[in-house]
Design a protein around this ligand. Structure first.
Ligand code: AMP
Ligand code: MG
Length: 191
């Protein structure tokens, strides 16, 4: 059985990862290319709910570091069982009260074995605006500089993940009113 393509999609909260993924999946479906999309945070959240330790997905990043890592490890093992072409919606790093937590430490990379890591990025002012207008989530209220730092740090981390696994790193910009450009880059990458 041939192994499916594993593509990890990352980006700071509010950059529009899920929007880009959903639109790309639609476009790929029209071309007859099938991908399974899985949200890493949802997987962690389901495990945390079963254990009775979380009630809200946006609370997870405030949990004790060890607890977050345990949830992360379990989620990675669950996701590793999927053998299809897979899109994994996750984070390069998670901003926690104790600092940046690696979203893909070595034990997660060993499970997921990604072929490509995508960094979805946009201008910091656009992220700030998107976070303010999203009432469905409790997003961190950060300023322009903090968001810029986080995006920069994510690039460094993607480089180290690439060194550990041999995966490629692709930066896709999801600019305001230009979702179709992000989608066509994604389709090119995934087809
Ligand atoms: P999201 O819906 O993608 O913003 O993810 C919700 C939450 O899931 C994040 O705020 C993190 O707490 C957690 N999460 C997602 N991916 C990871 C990961 N790779 N490692 C650790 N926590 C993660
Ligand atoms: Mg999302």
């Amino acid at each position: 059985m041939s192994k499916g393509k594993k593509v990890v999609i990352t980006g700071v909260p509010g950059v529009g990862k899920t929007t880009v993924i959903d639109a790309s999946m639609e476009a790929l479906k029209a071309e007859g290319v099938a991908y399974t999309s899985i949200n890493f945070g949802t997987c962690m959240f389901e495990v945390g709910c079963d254990q009775g330790i979380v009630n809200d997905r946006d609370e997870m990043r405030k949990l004790d570091q060890d607890v977050q890592r345990e949830l992360q490890k379990t989620a990675a093992k669950v996701i590793a069982r999927i053998t299809d072409n897979t899109i994994i919606d996750t984070h390069c790093t998670v901003s926690t009260p104790a600092g940046y937590l690696a979203g893909l430490p070595s034990w997660v990379l060993e499970e997921l074995k990604p072929d490509i890591i995508v960094l979805v990025e946009t201008d910091e002012d656009q992220i700030l605006k998107r976070r303010l207008s999203d009432t469905s989530r409790s997003r961190d209220m950060e300023g322009y500089v903090a968001i810029k730092d986080h995006q920069r740090y994510n690039r460094y981390m993607a480089a180290s993940y690439s060194m550990l696994t041999g995966c490629t790193v692709k930066i896709v910009r999801n600019l305001d009113f230009l979702l179709e450009n992000a989608v066509s880059e994604m389709v090119e990458l995934l087809r």
